[in-house]
Design a protein around this ligand. Structure first.
Ligand code: FES
Ligand code: FES
Length: 205
C-alpha cells in the first residue's frame, strides 16, 4: 500500500469566486485560506507572515470584508467571493490605490502592500470619503515596518480623490450620452415618421 505524504491528501474540494472567476480547488482539509491561495492556486500576491493573526500581511476580502486568511479555514469559503491583490486592477489597468501607492512611495519593501491595498479598497467601497482617522483605524491591523504609515495614509487619500474624480467624469459622460441619444432618436423620428398602413382588400386578394 502506498501512503501519500499528508500534503498530497487533497480530500476536500470547494468552489468559490476568486477575483471574479468561478474556481474549483482541491486541498488537504486542514489548510487555511492563505495556504490554499498560495500553495494550491499559485496566488502568491497574498503574503505569508506570522500565521498568528498579528501582522495583517495575509489580508484578503471575503464577501467584501477584510479577513486574515491565515486564520480562516479554506473549507469555510465554499460559495464565497474572495478578492486578492491579483484581482484589484480593472480592465487591464491598475486600481487607483495601486497607482497612488506607486506614485507616493507608499510601498517600499512591499511585503505589507497587498494586504493594505485590499483593506483600503474595502474601506473606500464602504466609505468613499474617509477621514485620516478612519483610514488609520481601517489599516490598524496591518503592520508596515518600512514607511512609518504617513505615505500610506496619503496614498489612500490620493486614491480617494482619483476615484471621486473618475466617478464625476463617468456621470458627466453618461449624462452627455443620454442627451445625445435623446437628440438622435428625435432626429430619426422627425426624418422617418412612423406610419401604420392597414392592409387593403386588394392586398389580401
Ligand atoms: S500571516 Fe500574520 S496575520 Fe496572517
Ligand atoms: S513597505 Fe515594507 S513592510 Fe510595508
Amino acid at each position: 500500500m502506498t501512503i501519500l505524504p499528508i500534503e498530497s491528501r487533497k480530500t476536500s474540494q470547494i468552489r468559490f469566486t476568486l477575483n471574479g472567476e468561478e474556481t474549483d480547488v482541491s486541498f488537504a482539509p486542514y489548510k487555511t485560506l492563505l495556504e490554499v491561495l498560495r500553495e494550491d492556486l499559485g496566488h502568491t500576491g497574498t503574503k505569508h507572515g506570522c500565521e498568528l493573526g498579528e501582522c495583517g500581511a495575509c489580508a484578503v476580502l471575503l464577501d467584501g470584508k477584510p479577513v486574515l486568511s491565515c486564520l480562516v479555514l479554506a473549507l469555510e469559503c465554499g460559495g464565497k467571493q474572495i478578492l486578492t491583490v491579483e484581482g484589484l486592477g480593472e480592465d487591464g489597468n491598475l486600481h487607483p490605490l495601486q497607482d497612488a501607492f506607486a506614485d507616493l512611495g507608499a510601498a517600499q519593501c512591499g511585503y505589507c502592500t497587498p494586504a493594505i491595498l485590499v483593506t483600503a479598497k474595502a474601506l473606500l467601497d464602504q466609505n468613499p470619503h474617509p477621514t485620516r482617522d478612519q483610514i488609520r483605524e481601517a489599516i490598524s491591523g496591518n503592520l508596515c515596518r518600512c514607511t512609518g504609515y504617513l505615505q500610506i495614509f496619503e496614498a489612500v487619500e490620493a486614491a480617494m480623490l482619483k476615484i471621486a474624480l473618475r466617478n464625476v467624469d463617468c456621470a458627466a459622460r453618461a449624462r452627455t450620452a443620454t442627451q445625445e441619444g435623446a437628440c438622435r432618436m428625435k432626429r430619426i423620428r422627425e426624418q422617418r415618421p412612423l406610419t401604420l398602413q392597414r392592409p387593403t382588400e386588394t392586398d389580401s386578394a
